[in-house]
Design a protein around this ligand. Structure first.
Ligand code: ATP
Ligand code: MN
Ligand code: MN
Length: 301
């Protein structure tokens, strides 16, 4: 997979001592990538993913038989994932508490991978302050038929609109078809405040340019438009984490991009799990310095 890949049966260097079983099992038939390849990818980029995902309640997309077979979304702790995959009790709307899960190190990350995880999704808040979100995410979902160029233009428009109200934002390719616009915020406001803000922002944009944007879930109204999915900002919702692999054809990964890189990007899925070394180099470059960081709070409106 990579030129620097460790020889078979030799564990990759580094701290996580997680034994990955069935390394030769094919997880991505199209990309001919195995569970071992996926584990090597995650071991290599662990610090990058953890920078964003550590301490967040996470949901896992697990595909124990590989991505082409049945996958399931797991958000609760049922035990059995590993001792470094930690439970966090969170109050349910209907009353009572449920154990969600979080990780804070590479061991936890790889224990999830050992248990068939391909994707890592996270809440917009971190333990222990799970009721105080620290980011907004606008998930741009293009209708079929729209080009990647349309998505890029939309992302840049959102950036400008957000800048207009004093908010710096960052772009991430999801590894699927779209882009997530991430707005880091000092935790302080409630989930309801975040959700209301995101809803009003998305609705204002779709009212201003109704031929390009739509802010409602309804599939029928999306024809030829980009759905600004603001519902990622409600309590309990998740968004795919930067550097997560995706259970999609070609083993793509979600990647942060600088705005000038997004302008030049030719495809929605430029990186795959074969690109760990490149992603590590990029992450240390000037281009990505400060990605996802801004000293700002939700405007009072
Ligand atoms: P794309 O760019 O292809 O849209 P995406 O990751 O944005 O990729 P969406 O379908 O738009 O995919 O979903 C947005 C987010 O909603 C996901 O990243 C995920 O965290 C969450 N999500 C999607 N499907 C589910 C599901 N079945 N259960 C819970 N959360 C989900
Ligand atoms: Mn999306
Ligand atoms: Mn969506």
């Amino acid at each position: 997979l990579r030129e620097d890949k460790a020889p078979k049966d030799v564990k990759p260097e580094g701290p996580p001592a997680v034994v990955i079983s069935s390394r030769e099992r094919v997880v991505f038939p199209d990309a001919k990538a195995t569970k071992g390849d996926l584990a090597d990818y995650y071991a290599a980029i662990a610090p990058l993913l953890l920078d964003h995902a550590a301490m967040r309640p996470i949901s896992l997309v697990r595909c124990p038989q590989g991505r082409a077979k049945k996958c399931f979304f797991q958000k609760h702790d049922h035990g059995g994932l590993g001792d470094a995959v930690k439970p966090i009790a969170i109050a349910e709307k209907k009353g009572g508490k449920e154990d969600y899960i979080y990780i804070d190190d590479a061991t936890g990350l790889l224990q999830c991978v050992q248990m068939g995880t391909i994707e890592f999704h996270g809440w917009g808040s971190r333990a222990p302050k799970v009721e105080r979100p620290d980011r907004l995410v606008f998930d741009l979902d293009p209708d079929e038929g729209l080009s990647f160029a349309d998505v890029k233009t939309a992302a840049l428009d959102l950036r400008d609109q957000l800048a207009g109200i004093g908010l710096e934002s960052f772009a991430m390719l999801t590894g699927g078809k779209g882009v997530h616009i991430v707005v880091p915020l000092a935790p302080g406001h409630s989930w309801d405040a975040h959700k209301d803000f995101a809803k009003r922002f998305a609705e204002a944009l779709s009212m201003d340019q109704p031929d390009r944007f739509v802010a409602t879930m309804s599939k029928a109204k999306r024809k030829g438009k980009i759905f600004i999915d603001w519902l990622r900002n409600q309590r309990g919702a998740t968004a795919v984490m930067p550097y997560s692999a995706r259970a999609r054809s070609g083993a793509p990964v979600a990647v942060p991009l600088a705005w000038n890189e997004l302008k030049k990007a030719e495809t929605a899925q430029p990186f795959s799990i074969a690109d760990a070394a490149k992603l590590l180099r990029r992450a240390k470059s000037k281009t990505l310095e400060g990605w996802g960081e801004a000293d700002q709070k939700l405007p009072d409106v």
